[in-house]
Design a protein around this ligand. Structure first.
Ligand code: GAR
Length: 204
């Protein structure tokens, strides 16, 4: 048995790619990527999914559409694909309490800093690295955590530190954090959480 995973994306999808590659290397035996869902129709992550024959769905906010209705479309896609675990990989939309409550303990996220530093509302993508450099920290990194109703506030699953070096720009630091932390930690966390989901299903 494998956990059916949906990866939610908004952008380039290098973390999605890291998960796909790890899966192809046999490093995520407990999971199957059953769906890639995006709130942006031009997300390059969708091309990465298609290249690997993974089903994709786009739920873009329509003019005047309520957030609840948009979330409802994501939820329908997830339910019809019989998803066990939602993986947020550069998904730039904060999910509502209601959405999270319908998947308790079954949503994980990667954040490009060592939580509780540089996290929460407004800290996403390059902004996180800009804030880290502004503060002058000498170490940053990445965190994989469960998603709860507090942005970046759920239980921490894994963290990895990365050095900040003299002369770093936000882009250089982002690349180092991705290469040395995110792309390693996230696939491992997907395997770990999927394995425990399967184990608890089998014990039912
Ligand atoms: C990654 O660095 C991810 O940690 C970050 O956005 C980037 C997405 O890159 N996510 C957040 O900031 C969420 N708060 P990717 O599309 O290439 O995986």
């Amino acid at each position: 048995m494998k956990a059916r995973v949906a990866v939610f994306v908004s952008g380039g999808g290098t973390n999605l790619q890291a998960i796909i590659d790890a899966s192809l290397r046999g490093e995520i035996p407990s999971a199957e990527i059953a769906l890639v869902a995006s709130n942006k129709s031009d997300a390059y992550a969708l091309e990465r999914a298609k290249k690997h024959g993974i089903k994709t769905v786009v739920c873009e906010r329509l003019p005047g559409e309520k957030r609840d209705d948009l979330e409802c479309r994501f939820l329908n896609a997830v339910h019809s694909a019989r998803i066990d675990l939602i993986v947020l990989a550069g998904f730039m939309m904060i999910l509502s309490k209601n959405f999270i409550a319908s998947f308790p303990g079954k949503i994980i996220n990667v954040h490009p800093a060592l939580i509780p530093s540089f996290c929460g509302k407004g800290f996403y993508g390059l902004k996180v690295h800009e804030a880290a450099l502004e503060k002058g920290v000498k170490v940053s990194g990445a965190t994989v955590h469960y998603v709860n109703e507090i942005p970046d506030g759920g239980e921490i699953i894994a963290q990895k530190a990365v050095d900040v070096l003299d002369g770093d720009t936000p882009e250089i630091l982002q690349k180092r954090v991705m290469e040395e932390a995110e792309w390693i930690l996230f696939p491992r966390a997907v395997e770990m959480v999927s394995k425990s989901i399967i184990e608890s299903k089998e014990a039912e």
